[in-house]
Design a protein around this ligand. Structure first.
Ligand code: HEM
Length: 475
């Protein structure tokens, strides 16, 4: 019976060089979105790979992506149970790692209302403005020296999230006496090392069983330390009531509905925000600045717009962003060419379903290659060229042609926050400084990811010159 069923299945095509046990694992070359794109050129817009014992399907067209997130949205709303999701996702209980369930719906509801709503985001606006001002000051202090933006952008995005969560400024703090800040920075450095690692044990149960390279042991020890740290933050805020951070707010809700707002739920929200909401935004601003340095004419146009709308006697404010359509189109074009998470996050089928006429068996991991969709020449005119003008049109392309934040019920809930952080940071850097490449050579735009987020292989270096008219506004 089983064989008959298998024969009838019309699984998407897969490469012929499948090895015993490994399957196609030997094809797992980073960055994966490029490998998958190359394979789609040979195998078609939807293809399958056998990674050890797991079947993985990669989708590379808007039509197939749309099928995933409309007709199959519920069926594909699960996440695979990878080891990283077990440990960094609080035993698959975090909003990122949980499969589709009442628990996950509850987390989405809580975060939509209490973290990502317009009112909540507005209440944290001064934190973003403050962090951006501090970043501008750091750039200015470099004078005519070469600036490496990546560390400054990381300080901005991590402090932004930590200040929203707990009112703590842990990054870019000069004094080494702040033991708590140092401990947290060290823990996070290790966490990001793990999020970038593909673990073969996820695809080959035998390797997991022998704890391949001690992966599980190390991950477990690290997440235990993080849990202790986050629990300490909870206790600290619990003991001094009345604050206005996200943590204070969730703890006051815990008092009235303790069974919903458990400590575990609160810790998992904190960790998810730190993992999903930091590198993604800072990498996007770095990509934008990098590609802009190769297009000085676009910088001039963006600056003209900013000066026209804002004048030269105040800093750009978040509420200005809707009035800066050219800056917005630069950001959208950056999301098109350099989507921070080019393969979204893995989805898993909870039941048999069909995509593009192919059979997708229950348990299949589904990946949407947004990077490939965003560069498909049948959708985009001159796709490899950075052209913000394409989004100034009256009916600019949108999902499923353009889906940097995903689509459907698992789409990124931090979209609005990310747009504000990226818009404010990029707009302010363009408003307050003249920018130049360090030499004649174009900035190298090679991507270097091995994990979920793509960032530039070589961190951007640039020269900045403060505009005298603006210095007094942030110093
Ligand atoms: C440039 C910035 C960002 C980009 C490009 C981005 C993109 C994405 C993408 C593609 C997904 C997965 C969608 C899917 O599974 O199909 C996602 C999920 C998620 N993002 Fe973002 N994101 C960004 C910023 C943020 C921020 C600032 C936060 C919060 C502080 C955030 C929180 C989350 C969470 C919690 C999820 C998991 C949602 C779920 O599984 O239900 N993201 N993001």
């Amino acid at each position: 019976n089983y064989c008959v069923r298998r024969e009838k299945r019309n699984i998407p095509p897969s490469p012929s060089n499948r090895l015993p046990l490994l399957g196609h694992l030997h094809l797992m070359k980073f960055p994966l979105h490029r490998t998958y794109h190359d394979l789609s050129q040979k195998l078609g817009p939807i293809f399958s790979l056998h990674f050890g014992s797991r079947l993985l399907v990669v989708v590379s067209t808007p039509a197939a992506a749309e099928e995933c997130f409309t007709k199959n949205d519920v069926v594909l709303a699960n996440r695979p149970k990878f080891l990283s999701a077990k440990y960094m996702g609080y035993n698959y209980m975090s909003i990122v790692a949980a499969s589709y369930s009442d628990h996950w719906r509850n987390l989405r509801r809580i975060t939509t209302l209490e973290v990502f709503s317009g009112a909540r985001l507005n209440s944290f606006q001064s934190i973003r403005a403050d962090e951006v001002r501090l970043m501008l000051g750091s750039v200015a202090r470099r004078g005519s020296a070469v600036v490496e933006l990546r560390p400054l952008l990381s300080i901005l995005t991590f402090n932004n999230i930590m200040r929203m969560i707990a009112g703590k400024r842990y990054f870019g703090v000069e004094d080494n006496d702040n033991e708590e800040a140092r401990e947290f920075r060290d823990l996070l450095k290790d966490v990001f090392k793990f999020t970038g690692v593909a673990n073969p044990g996820d695809f080959m149960p035998l390797l997991r069983w022998i704890d391949y390279k001690n992966f599980e042991k190390n991950l477990s020890a690290l997440t235990e330390k993080i849990d202790v740290f986050l629990q300490r933050l909870i206790e600290e805020h619990r003991s001094k009531k009345g604050g206005s951070t996200m943590l204070d707010h969730l703890l006051s809700l815990q008092e009235s509905e303790p069974e919903i707002y458990t400590d575990l739920v609160i810790k998992s929200i904190m960790l998810s925000m730190l993992l999903a909401g930091t590198d993604t935004s800072s990498a996007t601003v770095e990509w934008a600045m990098s590609v802009l340095l190769n297009h000085p004419d676009i910088i001039v146009k963006a600056r003209e717009e900013i000066d026209r709308v804002i004048g030269t006697d105040r800093l750009l404010h978040e509420t200005d962003l809707p009035n800066l359509p050219y800056l917005q189109s630069i950001i959208t074009e950056t999301f098109r060419l350099f989507p921070a998470t080019p393969l979204l996050i893995q989805h898993e089928a909870s039941a048999d379903c069909k995509i593009a006429g192919y059979d997708i068996p229950r348990g299949t991991i589904v990946q949407v290659n947004t990077w490939a969709i965003h560069r498909d020449p049948s959708i985009w005119d001159d796709p490899e060229t950075f052209k913000p003008e394409r989004f100034v049109a009256t009916n600019p392309p949108r999902a499923p042609q353009l889906l940097p934040f995903g689509m459907g019920r698992r789409a990124c809930p931090g979209n609005a926050l990310a747009q504000r952080v990226v818009g404010l940071a990029l707009g302010s850097l363009l408003q307050c400084f003249d920018w130049e490449r360090v030499d004649e050579k174009l900035v190298d735009l090679t991507d270097g990811n091995v994990g979920v987020t793509i960032s530039k292989l070589v961190p951007l270096e640039a020269r900045s010159k403060a505009r005298p008219s603006h210095e007094a506004l942030y110093v």
